[in-house]
Design a protein around this ligand. Sequence first.
Ligand code: CA
Length: 234
Amino acid sequence: MNNNKYKILLVEDENNILAFVSALLESNDYKVISARDYNSAKTLYTSHIPDLVILDLGLPDKDGSVLLNDIRSDDLTPVIVLSARNDEREKVKLLDMGANDYVTKPFGSDELLARVRSALRNTRHSSSEGRLPGGKFTLIDLMIDYDARRIFIGEQEIKLTQTEYNIVAFLSEHCGKVMTYSAIIKSVWRETPNESSIKKLQVNMANIRKKFGARPGEFNYIVNELGVGYRMNG
Ligand code: CA
């Protein structure tokens, strides 16, 4: 028996989704514990200390966001929200409340598994590691040298402004996770986000993507999550 499996708490009240996601995760070598409502989820969370929580928002007794709040007041266990609501404001709110990611129903197996891997990877490489002396970040051909504040794709150095560099470094520290406009603006400009700072971020990001040689339909290091924020793919 393998005791090193990641333990995932799955909170979902719809039986067919619960069965589908459990089977998918188990066949990919994760250990799954499941709950159908807020109360039992809260009990299982406390007694099992899972590595990851997959959380449906529409639960019979309470909104899933209440559990997200409980978890965040306590620790940094990654939470992926399952949302039937394709509403950008809702997504932003959940991400700012501390959700690591969201998947909108209906979703495919590959999409969910990619999000799970990414959320678990994120916690293993905690963001401070990149800031240690000699810290480097690598992702496929992308390399960031945090000490020298230089970025390379393959052999080629990508010349960025200080602000552009700060944005890319911030996204790399949270690789795989959608960072909302507000989270990026607070970190890079130390400002309270408003319409003009969002515009400023978008202009910087357009320049970064151009310098990175971003092409639609191909793999891009930085993905634009429309109306929500940006994600470094990973
Ligand atoms: Ca539900």
